[in-house]
Design a protein around this ligand. Structure first.
Ligand code: GLA
Length: 690
């Protein structure tokens, strides 16, 4: 009830006819699930006399959210130890007057000049030993105790000032954690991290097989800080160390905030890099957060609905609940090789697709380009004269639709019976030793995701240690690192009746990135009743045929063997390099009500569709909506007794979509209908309460 009150309160409070709230709305902040559109706004870059105009234009576009502050440290603390937050207070209050709530970004992604000049030890050092300078951003060392202390102090001031402000609904820690550092202090910290993990050098030497190339370490101080050419055991541990350091970086601020803010102000951090970035483990970083959020940029070209959808699903999987798009592309960016604009209508289509995958807020970066600075050419809602750009009206339409349909979407979330396992240890292990330049792990994920999304019409992407029992089918495209404990977790899922499908390169390494002596799939060789006899990087396609038809496989091929009479061969290679000829390419074994299947190669799209049909049929998974014309995406969000389908036309032509039963399109007035006509980039938001 509290949640509903809060959301209703938020919706009413920021509708055009309400007065700004004076008391803190009820309810937990993490449920700010009345759909919101917002913008990144930098009041510190403009005369205060301009703010009212900006906020009025935002309100006219049904924008009810601003994010401020994440690059304002030199304005917040113009001199060491003296803080000026009055301007921020006035900006937040003025925004509230225009029915706009605020998320505050802690300003720790860009330290002020007085700090970098007076304390150069806070500056990061790159892999070549060069220390960063002032004049850009992210020039800090993420391990510097002095920098962490400065971060703590400024966040304490912010939390104390705004932690009970009824118009501040959340906090963003820093901005897109990005660059690690290779300074001497970080190196010492890494060596200590290793010592805490392995306790003895002999344990480290054993797990890293440092007898190889005479690497054997006789002192912790000998261990290098390496992130590209080192021992695979070291490289994997270094990435885990980087993740832990960023976790400490954010907890250093979260601890201070939690002590200062009301429980309903949420805490997040915005994940950059198309959500596919892997400088650190997103699950580690998401752990202390209330809400996952990411920055959804297309860059060059047009949106790929499968890639964008998979990234949304990956982010939703971080907390396994709805998320925010903290930055979205307002037409075009300025950092791609060609900064083309998204087509007219594509920004709106992307916004509704994000909501369909579980987003509850979309915030555009940025409101208006600063008159100078490194991002003058980046897309924005206003032009250099402060009047709207053409895109403003499209975002105004999104805002109006979000505001009108917010209550219908409130408390709903995507529900899936199918999960894809996604794991940073495995991604890193393969990326350290790709063995072929053709193994693009995002494309491998999408090779499995596309047919699953098309046929099941809803897919979760979760870490391998998630609770899997809610899924009828679990697919692990390249689960390269399967420690014994994870092997047992996956086996339990199968023994509980789950259908597990392992993709190529699964189960090759143990927790130390060392070769698993069982061969692949490691601890699951025995339950599978088969294993990988040899893996082959392919220069071109090879024939393969069997249960899923006659097809080709490419990039990677593993020759499998069966070692149990119950293990069946599903697909075999045809004639190719001699080694693969006639060997199993896919095998499966029933275990109780469940099953384990191993696919040791990357099939062509048609065979992958057939394979997924086989997987879904065997798992009893049915599409959430039903038959759809090509190029129409369906997303389902449900809450008890209430189901919303969002249909999106991704074709370059209009399309008529027959509906499984008469439904009402909430975007447009009118009676229920048994079909809906979608224009190019068209969207329908259908209430399905048969
Ligand atoms: C990132 C940053 C923003 C801005 C945008 C530009 O997402 O978070 O500050 O630089 O890129 O696309």
């Amino acid at each position: 009830m509290k949640k509903l009150l809060f959301c209703l309160g938020l919706w009413l409070a920021y509708s055009p006819f309400a007065i700004p709230q004076q008391t803190a709305p009820e309810g937990p902040a993490a449920d700010t699930s009345s759909l919101l559109t917002g913008v990144a706004w930098y009041p510190e870059q403009w005369p205060e006399s301009r703010w009212e105009t900006d906020l009025s234009l935002m309100e006219a576009a049904h924008i009810h959210l601003v994010r401020i502050g994440e690059f304002a440290w030199s304005r917040i603390e113009p001199q060491e130890g003296s803080y000026d937050l009055d301007w921020m207070d006035r900006a937040i209050a003025l925004a509230a007057k225009h029915h706009i709530v605020t998320v505050i970004g802690t300003p720790t992604d860009a330290p002020p000049a007085w700090m970098t000049q007076r304390y150069p030890d806070i500056l990061r050092v790159n892999l070549n030993g060069q220390r960063d300078e002032h004049g850009n951003r992210r020039q800090f060392s993420y391990t510097s105790p002095r920098y962490l202390a400065f971060c703590r102090k400024v966040v304490e001031q912010l939390g104390r000032r705004f932690g009970h402000n009824p118009n501040v609904i959340g906090w963003q820690i820093g901005n897109e954690f990005s660059f690690d550092s290779y300074d001497s202090y970080t190196k010492k910290l890494f060596q200590q991290w290793l010592r805490d993990k392995y306790k003895t050098l002999s344990a480290l030497n054993q797990h890293w097989t440092t007898a190889y190339w005479s690497q054997t370490y006789t002192a912790w101080e000998q261990i290098p800080l390496e992130d590209t050419r080192g021992n695979p055991g070291l490289l994997l541990d270094h990435r885990r160390f980087v993740s832990d350091v960023w976790l400490h970086f954010e907890n250093n601020q979260i601890d201070v905030l939690r002590a200062q803010i009301t429980p309903w102000q949420f805490i997040t951090t915005n994940i950059g890099g198309l959500a596919w970035s892997d400088r650190w483990d997103h699950y580690t970083i998401a752990h202390p957060l209330d809400l996952a959020s990411w920055d959804d940029y297309v860059g060059q070209g047009q949106v790929d609905p499968y890639k964008d959808g998979a990234m949304h699903d990956l982010i939703r999987g971080l907390k396994q609940k709805n998320f925010w798009v903290m930055e979205a592309q307002p037409g075009f960016v300025n950092w791609a090789p060609i900064n083309n604009a998204l087509d007219r209508g594509e920004v709106r289509r992307m916004a509704w697709a994000a909501v369909g995958h579980g987003a509850d807020a979309i915030c555009y970066w940025q409101w208006r380009s600063a008159l100078n600075g490194q991002e003058q050419y980046h897309g924005a809602l206003l032009g250099a004269d402060g009047t709207p750009n053409p895109l403003y009206t499209e975002i105004q339409q999104i805002g109006e639709e979000f505001h009108r349909l917010g209550p219908e979407l409130y408390g709903t979330t995507p529900q899936s019976e199918v999960a894809i396992l996604h794991d940073y240890d495995s991604r890193w292990a393969i990326d350290f030793e790709p063995h072929t330049a053709r193994y693009d792990q995002l494309q491998v994920l999408l090779d499995f995701y596309r047919p699953l999304r098309d046929q099941a019409q809803s897919v979760d992407i979760v870490p391998p240690d998630a609770d899997l029992d809610r899924y009828k089918l679990v697919v692990a495209p390249s689960l390269n690192v399967i420690p014994d404990k994870l092997g047992q977790h996956l086996l339990r899922y199968v023994q509980h009746g789950g259908r597990l499908v392992l993709g190529p390169r699964s189960g090759m390494k143990d927790a130390f990135n060392a070769l698993d002596v069982h061969r692949q799939p490691g601890p699951l060789v025995a339950p599978l009743g088969g294993r990988v006899e040899q893996y082959y990087a392919l220069e071109g396609p090879v024939p393969v045929s069997g249960t899923w038809g006659t097809a080709t496989a490419d990039i990677w091929a593993e020759a499998l063997s069966t070692r149990d009479p119950q293990t069946r061969v599903l697909m075999r290679y045809g004639k190719s390099n001699g080694w693969l000829d006639g060997q199993p390419a896919a095998i499966t074994r029933q275990l109780g009500q469940g099953s384990i299947t191993y696919l040791g190669t990357l099939l062509d799209a048609s065979a992958m569709n057939a394979a997924v049909r086989w997987m879904l049929h065997g798992s009893g998974v049915h599409p959430v909506f039903g038959p759809l014309p090509h190029g129409v995406e369906v997303c389902r969000r449900t809450r008890p007794g209430h189901t919303i389908f969002i249909l999106i036309n991704e074709n370059q032509t209009p399309v008529t979509v027959p509906l499984p039963h008469p439904m009402k399109d909430l975007l447009h007035a009118g009676p229920s209908s048994a079909r809906v006509v979608l224009p190019v980039h068209g969207v329908a938001v259908l209430e399905s309460n048969p």
